[in-house]
Design a protein around this ligand. Structure first.
Ligand code: NAD
Length: 316
């Protein structure tokens, strides 16, 4: 696919999740038919509720770790199915490894049978606790293969290797994108990631729990930007891997303060034990995304946080 041929029908695994549901929405807005394949392990049918009654959208509730088929024409397979928050993959370690291994193989097999382009939603976690900063795609990472994050990090590393093997030996047209911390509406308040945790705490007037001394950094990409990057990668002929993230780097403590201020909250900030293998630095080098895809994030962090806070506030 070189971007000149419009995608008519896309399969989105994990399409009822946070990022996947926004991706489904954008594809539908562009006129692409969407088959969302999701077992609702960490996602929710509520995320795609607005699509009910849409003849161009189908929700197929199934586990992609088991072989599956999608009848009819498919131009594009976007493989996002996987638990993604540290809380989720700690609760579902085997399911996470199976989604990365069997799920990726089944999604690649589908793309091969259909002659479809395949996109793997990989992660900055493949860099582990990085020794190179900011992280470029050429960095191989610093990952603990038996640590508390290993089920996720190694699943995605395996998924990248499998995607590469299908590309080089089975002729599947693939691209790997490495998403960095993405945030926005439809994150679950209890998923344990920093943004929903701080927003929920600040809106409730409870203490904001910062891990360690809060000097570890994160780079936050608003979900609309991430979706734009995913679709730009899908429409390109590039194989990746390509980083998709916002290079504006914040300490976790600064993030907590910003969210508290944007919420107009008087919550105190408290410090809690930092999780084992929590990355110290996280910042994407997006030179490749810019040059190869013409992509860069456009949503300012404070604006994105304000839109996210507004959504959480309306949840009640
Ligand atoms: P999410 O948990 O909201 O969405 C994941 C979706 O996959 C859920 O709807 C879940 O039910 C589904 N799923 C999980 N296992 C499945 C299986 N075996 N079969 C079918 N469906 C399954 O997470 P998210 O934040 O939307 O992440 C989506 C993808 O993006 C993941 O692959 C994740 O690794 C990647 N990613 C996300 C971020 C981020 O900051 N959100 C960062 C890096 C990478």
């Amino acid at each position: 696919m070189d971007g000149s041929i419009p995608v008519r029908r896309a399969v989105v695994t994990g399409g009822a999740g946070f990022v996947g549901s926004h991706l489904c929405d954008r594809l539908r807005e562009e006129g692409t038919q969407v088959v969302c394949v999701d077992n609702l392990l960490t996602g929710s049918a509520d995320n795609v509720r607005a699509r009910s009654g849409d003849p161009g959208f189908t929700l197929d509730v199934r586990d992609v770790s088991e072989p599956f088929d999608v009848p009819g024409l498919v131009d594009l397979v976007l493989h996002l199915a996987s638990p993604a928050s540290p809380h989720d993959y700690a609760r579902h370690p085997v399911e996470t490894l199976r989604a990365g291994a069997h799920g990726t193989a089944n999604a690649l097999d589908l793309a091969q049978r259909k002659g479809a382009r395949f996109l793997l939603a990989s992660t900055s976690e493949v860099y582990g606790d990085p020794l190179v900063h900011p992280q470029t795609e050429l960095y191989w990472g610093n990952v603990n293969p038996v640590g508390p994050r290993s089920q996720y990090d190694e699943a995605k590393r395996y998924a990248e290797a499998l995607t590469t093997a299908y590309r080089t030996t089975r002729g599947v047209d693939t691209v790997i994108v490495r998403l960095f911390n993405t945030y926005g509406p439809r994150m679950r308040p209890t998923d344990g990631r920093a943004v929903p945790t701080f927003v929920t705490q600040a809106l409730a007037g409870k203490p904001l729990t910062v891990a360690g001394d809060g000097s570890q950094t994160r780079s936050l990409c608003y979900v609309d930007d991430a979706v734009g990057g995913i679709l730009a990668a899908a429409a390109s002929g590039h194989p990746g891997p390509v980083n998709l993230g916002n290079p504006v780097e914040l300490t976790v403590l600064d993030l907590a303060r910003r969210i508290r201020d944007l919420c107009g909250s008087a919550s105190p900030i408290t410090f809690v034990e930092r999780p084992v293998d929590d990355p110290g630095l996280r910042c994407p080098d997006i030179t490749l995304a810019h040059s190869a895809l013409g992509w860069q994030p456009v949503v300012d962090v404070d604006k994105g946080l304000a839109m996210t806070i507004d959504w959480f506030a309306r949840l009640g």
